[in-house]
Each structure stands twice: as structure tokens, then as C-alpha cells.
Ligand binder design. Structure first.
Ligand code: DQA
Length: 148
């Protein structure tokens, strides 16, 4: 059975393509999902692509990944900078985790420079636009493969 990679998206990313396109670009989250699915097929894995504006829902999906996930790609969005709960959930997950930010958070406001999730992430991709998701997926497959 192909490995399953969770791709989790935090608050406001449902508005991708519509909100602040000068920062986040014009692609929608549906475009990102489609491109990730196409790459996943090439790489021989499956993806479960999810978005929520609610912290608890994201935590529940991370718990679910403990049962059937080979790895997690996560753009926690604003929760990156605030959520000990998401960090704790990721710490309870054994597989590889890659954190993605569409924008270069280090070029932005000071409060975006700290990430709770980075304390757990095996890698961080920031400022590569939506391509960052595909870079993260490739890396997860490398890491998940070496853990098999
Ligand atoms: C983001 C960066 C975060 O600081 C912000 O709150 C987001 C999106 C990014 O993808 O660049 O919502 O994670």
C-alpha cells in the first residue's frame, strides 16, 4: 500500500489566491492540492490534503496521522507563532515533519520570526511560494523512505 503523507494547512489558507496576493501569490489552495496530488502520484505516495481555521481540528488530524501517516507537511499559518498545542501534537508523531511557509517569514514582522513548530520540524521551507509544498513533499518522501 502506498505511504500516506498528510499535508495540513492552518487558518486563512482557505483564502489563498484572494488574500494579500502580493505576499502569498495568486494560486488557490485547490491549485496547490492538485499540484501536490500530481507530484505524489509521480513519487508513488498518497496525500491527504486538509485545511482548517481551528487549532483543535489540526491537532486532531495530527493525532490521526499517528495511525496511518508516513509523514506530515504542515503550513500552520498563524498558529506557527502561537501554538504549543500543535507543537505537542507533532511531538507525539513519530514520522518526519516538514514545515512550510509560502512567504519568507524572516523578511516580515518580528512576531513571525519565531516558530513553535520549528522546534519539532525536521526541515523548514520558507519563501519559495507555493512551490514550497512540492519541495516539502519530495523531502518527506526521502525521509519516510529512509525510515521504512
Ligand atoms: C504563512 C506565514 C504566517 O506568518 C502567516 O500567519 C500565514 C501564512 C506563510 O505561508 O507564509 O498565514 O504561514
Amino acid at each position: 500500500m502506498p505511504k500516506l503523507v498528510y499535508i495540513l494547512n492552518g487558518p486563512n489558507l482557505n483564502l489563498l489566491g484572494k488574500r494579500q496576493p502580493h505576499i502569498y501569490g495568486s494560486e488557490t489552495l485547490a491549485d496547490v492540492e492538485r499540484d501536490c496530488a500530481a507530484l505524489a502520484a509521480e513519487l508513488g505516495v498518497e496525500t491527504r490534503f486538509l485545511q482548517s481555521n481551528t487549532e483543535g481540528q489540526i491537532i486532531d488530524w495530527i493525532h490521526q496521522a499517528r495511525d496511518d501517516g508516513a509523514g506530515i507537511v504542515i503550513n500552520p499559518a498563524a498558529y506557527t507563532h502561537t501554538s504549543v498545542g500543535i507543537l505537542d501534537a507533532l511531538n507525539a508523531f513519530d514520522g518526519p515533519v516538514i514545515e512550510v511557509h509560502i512567504s519568507n517569514v524572516h523578511k516580515r514582522e518580528g512576531f513571525r520570526h519565531h516558530s513553535y513548530v520549528s522546534l519539532r520540524a525536521d526541515g523548514v521551507i520558507a519563501g519559495c511560494g507555493t512551490e514550497g509544498y512540492r519541495l516539502a513533499l519530495r523531502r518527506i518522501v526521502t525521509l519516510a523512505g529512509s525510515e521504512a
